[in-house]
Write a protein that binds this ligand. Structure first.
Ligand code: ADP
Ligand code: SF4
Length: 674
């Protein structure tokens, strides 16, 4: 299909200093969980983005010196010349598709733990290390600053030798140059502290040094947090953020601006931000510089992208998550297939991957992070050699993904769903506060299935063993999902407990009568307990949220949502009871025990909602077993987990059908001379 001319503006080339981006799609730096240990995985991932049409593709943070070591998290390094060849793989993979390769040079200052290198951290002032306490970063003296400037220059030269076109000076996310900028972390009394001009000195010098080192052929980009969201005490977009841009306006070749301070601020989940949420903080930048500006905002709508450019908010469409959910987003707009964009749902499972120290993953895109280790491509898949029939039972995320992927492989697929509507757990979970975007997991798959003549959808079709036997499929796939447990078994409490009148989230979604005060008991620790507490308190109930963990929805630390979430619950008047386990319920009260001491306390309780473990829905599976009918379980009905895991499980099954199930490739250290 020809491209919609309204979107032509997105495909204009843009000059960035000495280089030119072929279009306005700019994949800003984002973590991958691969880092210096897994260069081939990183290169393959970035190569697919370039293939998908992103005109600029950047790496994740790349340390310039061993005093900036983010272990155990995955980061890149340009510490010596041996780092050049592995990084050149990434630049080459990007160039192979005509895109520009950017590299985000990084020094974390007191943010870096240096757990691997064991080099003392450095900062503008003596400061407790921000992570992995109890280390302390030492204050940089003038000779340290001189050395630091040399590291940036050397790393920039190595980046150029590796083939990169855009080299970053990174002054955001609470890292070293930003620590110099902010009054909160810089109390120096010398030429690098005090007045804003002094606090900006290091950043100015870094830009000048980097330009001098590589600026003849490479563009020098500055990533700056124009607002650290700490009010007037810190950098704000009305105050010092604006003044910094005014002071340095024409110095870099490109401004990559965001609201930051903490990393979670510019990559907030959909629960805590809408598409384009940073606009009010960053829109001023373009009025102060003639240099191109880029920013992010989980942009997935081409019309909103055009509006960003036309209204002069930015020159590029910056994206991390939308490019993870759909590496081919630009190509789809280019080819008039914008309805096929696999829109990011803003769940931040991708952020969790880095925080957990594993390779990148995505709820919407099961091939993300699998480009090298499994050889999966988001748009290409091998045709199944035989024209066979598959029956998929259950139309949640797993069933939809299996039906689509089997259909793409050319099988004759029937997808049967007991309910009137497809979506499974999404239909319930997307009704929780801030989670409506999660329905995109269903919507994209239905859109794509509708384009395949060989996939048929059967709603309102509960399948039993007789129906399945009669159907006579070559492949029977069970995606029948899971149920929340009633026996209190969760992460902490592994012995069952009988509480006849307790509700589960399934009951709440089914409209069970709620009598206050409500006690939500969270021994699962992801989103459900916290989101139900928010919803029920919004409906006017007094809500007590009891968790065996130290904080509410504790696993959401990984998705960078936990602090936003706890603040929201506190604001909503939910009473949080951390580190308490459920002992018994009766006479209008619940008995809790302290997880450390076993000391008991009572809590008034009208309705108890148990958010603990989930049990796979196995009735159909067991019935098929007794009849000797072959079937394969996928998703939650095999092992209840996240939506991301259900989609991945389904994709893996469908992609590997007829193929050997080999272990994923690992990048092994070469055994060269000692
Ligand atoms: P997953 O996350 O693994 O996709 P879900 O719980 O979201 O699991 O979806 C499971 C779906 O399977 C639900 O929509 C449910 O209605 C459907 N289902 C369960 N049993 C049957 C059955 N026997 N026949 C058809 N559909 C079923
Ligand atoms: Fe978007 Fe979620 Fe995928 Fe991240 S994991 S890119 S937030 S859909």
């Amino acid at each position: 299909m020809p491209r919609d001319p309204r979107y032509d503006i997105l495909f204009e080339p843009v000059r960035i200093g000495p280089v030119t981006a072929p279009n306005r799609f700019y994949q800003t730096p984002h973590a991958t969980g691969f880092g210096w240990q897994r260069p081939q995985s990183g290169a393959a991932l970035r190569g697919v983005k370039a293939e998908g049409g992103w005109g600029v593709v950047c790496t994740e943070y790349c340390s310039i010196h061993p005093s900036s070591d983010d272990s155990p998290y995955a980061f890149l390094t340009l510490w010596d010349d041996d780092d050049i060849a592995p990084l050149a793989l990434t630049a080459e993979a990007i160039h192979a598709h005509g895109s520009l390769a950017g590299i985000e040079l990084w020094h974390g200052g007191s943010h870096a733990s240096n757990r691997m290198t064991r080099v003392p951290g450095i900062a503008p002032d003596v400061q407790p290390a921000l992570y992995h306490l109890p280390a302390t970063a030492r204050a940089m003296d003038l000779s340290d600053i001189k050395a630091f400037r040399g590291w940036q220059r050397d790393a920039a030269k190595r980046a150029k030798r590796a083939g990169f076109d855009i080299v970053y000076v990174y002054a955001g996310h609470d890292y070293l140059p930003f620590q110099f900028l902010s009054r909160r972390s810089n109390q120096r009394g010398d030429a690098y502290g005090g007045s804003l001009e002094n606090r900006v000195r290091l950043l100015r010098e870094m830009i000048e040094d980097t330009k001098e080192a590589v600026g003849d052929t490479c563009a020098v980009a500055v990533r700056l947090a124009v607002d650290e969201l700490h009010g007037p005490e810190g950098i704000t977009s009305e105050g010092e953020g604006r003044e910094i841009i005014e002071m340095l306006a024409e110095l870099p070749d490109l401004w990559d601006v965001n609201v930051a301070g903490a990393l979670g601020n510019d990559s907030r989940s959909a629960r805590f931000s809408a598409e384009g949420f940073q606009e009010e903080n960053i829109a001023f930048v373009k009025s102060l510089t003639s240099k191109p500006v880029v920013s992010v905002g989980r942009f997935t709508s081409p019309d909103r992208m055009v509006s960003q450019i036309r209204r002069g908010v930015q020159d590029f469409i910056g994206a991390a998550r939308p490019s993870i959910a759909d590496p081919f987003l630009p190509a789809k707009i280019r080819d008039g297939r914008e309805d096929e964009i696999r829109e990011c749902i803003g769940c931040n499972i991708c952020r969790a991957a880095n925080n957990e120290g594993v390779g990148l993953r995505c709820t919407q895109n099961p091939t993300m992070g699998e480009e090298w280790r499994r050889g999966w491509h988001p748009e290409r898949i091998a045709v199944y050699p035989k024209r066979q029939k598959a029956l998929v039972i259950g139309g949640g995320p797993a069933g939809l993904e299996a039906a689509l992927t089997l259909g793409r492989r050319g099988l004759e697929v029937s997808l049967a769903e007991a309910g009137d509507t497809f979506g499974g757990r999404l239909l319930r979970e997307a009704t929780l506060p801030g989670l409506s975007t999660w329905l995109r997991v269903r919507d994209w798959r239905i859109t794509m299935i509708d384009k395949l003549p060989n996939v048929e959808l059967f709603p309102a079709s509960r399948m039993g063993t007789e129906d399945i036997a009669e159907f006579g499929a070559d492949h029977v796939v069970l995606a029948t999902g899971s149920q929340w447990r009633r026996d209190v078994v969760g992460v902490y409490a592994i012995r069952p407990l009988t509480l006849p009148d307790a509700l589960t989230p399934d009951d709440v979604f089914a409209g069970a009568r709620i009598v206050g005060p409500v006690v939500i008991y969270d021994d699962e620790h992801y989103f459900m307990g916290g989101a139900l507490a928010e919803r029920l308190s919004g409906q006017g109930h007094t809500v007590h949220y009891v968790t065996t963990a130290a904080v509410a929805s504790s696993w959401t630390v990984m998705t960078n949502e936990q602090d936003f979430l706890q603040a929201r619950l506190i604001e909503a008047g939910v009473v949080i009871h951390p580190l308490k386990a459920l002992k018994a319920k009766g006479n209008g009260e619940m008995r809790l025990t302290c997880v450390y001491t076993g000391r008991e306390e009572a809590l008034p309780c009208g309705t108890l909602v148990l958010c603990t473990g989930r049990l796979p829905e196995t009735d159909l599976w067991e019935a098929l077993q007794t009849k000797g009918i072959q079937a394969t379980r996928i998703g939650d009905c095999l092992a209840p987990s996240s939506i991301a895991d259900a989609v991945h499980s389904a994709h893996r099954y469908a992609r590997l059908l007829g193929e050997p199930d080999l272990p994923p490739r690992r990048e092994r250290a070469s055994h060269g001379p000692a």
